[in-house]
Design a protein around this ligand. Structure first.
Ligand SMILES: [Zn+2]
Length: 309
């Protein structure tokens, strides 16, 4: 009997233990309020904590499902530039980081673009997945963004984007920084066509993303308690040598100080954006110049601007 208690029983116990741990991991999750939440309850509530209301991050697909009418949308394939242009290695090779991020997110890069309808208005929508190297913005994200704006111009759609990023991708150095000016030029083209550009800032939106396209919307909306800033809190505190308020760099604080227009809960986002688009499109219609002889493609305009730079 000794061999049963020594070998067989522990083996059976370990099998059960493993299975229980795996199912617990799938079924339950935690929140910043330290409550244990049934994952299904969280998903039913648009990934907002049913106990404290914290807005958890969404993948691009989840974001599109919460936003488009009847969860119907088409993903748009965007150009993918060469990986790892400067052969960057830190603790890991950049190419290995890309491989892992692609496996986790099932996306080529952090930004995904989709098209569909919101309150029956055709729109082009972008989203960032934070799981893809912190939602960092490099050449591939820049291409996706510009492709999304070109799609909006071609289809006379408003462009809406959900930011969620730590900033530019350091593994691409100045190539990532160049995306800041490229995206700004693309937004200018969208505005020349009198098409609305709305940014929804989600937690977190920081660094070069805040310093470029995320703060240029005709209307800036943020999700509650989202961190919005450029440099980190500690860096600012050490530079100005002053204690910063508790709520510094939260969506509510930025709104109170005039940085953004609205703070809206996720469950009201779709209807709010739909209403705003109705107003903006009517305004654009009255401003619209019927002369289309000046219409140029975004690519040609960007090339011209790059040459000028
Ligand atoms: Zn919570």
């Amino acid at each position: 009997m000794n061999w049963i208690s020594k070998f067989i029983k522990p083996k059976i116990a370990s099998l059960f233990k493993k299975k229980t741990a795996e199912s617990e991991q799938v079924l339950w999750t935690t929140c910043e309020c330290k409550n244990l939440i049934y994952k299904e309850d969280l998903q039913k509530n648009l990934n907002c904590c049913p106990k404290c209301g914290a807005h958890h991050k969404l993948s691009c697909n989840e974001r599109f499902e919460t936003f488009f009418d009847n969860k119907v949308f088409d993903l748009i394939k965007t150009p993918l530039p060469k990986d790892d242009p400067i052969n960057f290695v830190d603790k890991k090779k950049y190419t290995d980081r890309l491989k892992l991020a692609r496996k986790i997110t099932n996306q080529d890069d952090a930004v995904a673009i989709a098209t569909g309808k919101v309150n029956n208005i055709s729109v082009t929508v972008g989203a960032q997945d934070f799981r893809f190297i912190g939602g960092s913005f490099g050449a591939a994200s820049g291409e996706a963004f510009i492709h999304g704006i070109q799609h909006a111009i071609d289809n006379k759609n408003p462009f809406i984007i959900f930011s969620c990023s730590g900033g530019q991708r350091m593994m691409e150095s100045s190539i990532a920084l160049m995306q800041m000016s490229r995206t700004v030029l693309a937004i200018n083209e969208l505005k020349k066509h009198n098409l609305p550009y709305i940014v929804v800032l989600t937690n977190p939106t920081t660094g070069g993303v805040t310093a470029s396209w995320a703060m240029l919307g005709d209307i800036l909306i943020a999700e509650p308690k989202a961190t919005i800033g450029f440099a980190g809190r500690r860096v600012i505190q050490d530079t100005v040598r002053e204690t910063l308020p508790e709520e510094f760099q939260t969506a509510e604080y930025v709104k109170d100080h005039g940085g953004i227009d609205l703070v809206i809960e996720r469950k009201y986002l779709k209807d709010t954006v739909g209403t705003l688009l109705n107003v903006l499109l009517k305004k654009a219609e009255t401003q619209s110049n019927t002369d289309t002889s000046n219409v140029v493609t975004l690519d040609s305009s960007l090339q011209k601007s790059s040459k000028a730079l």
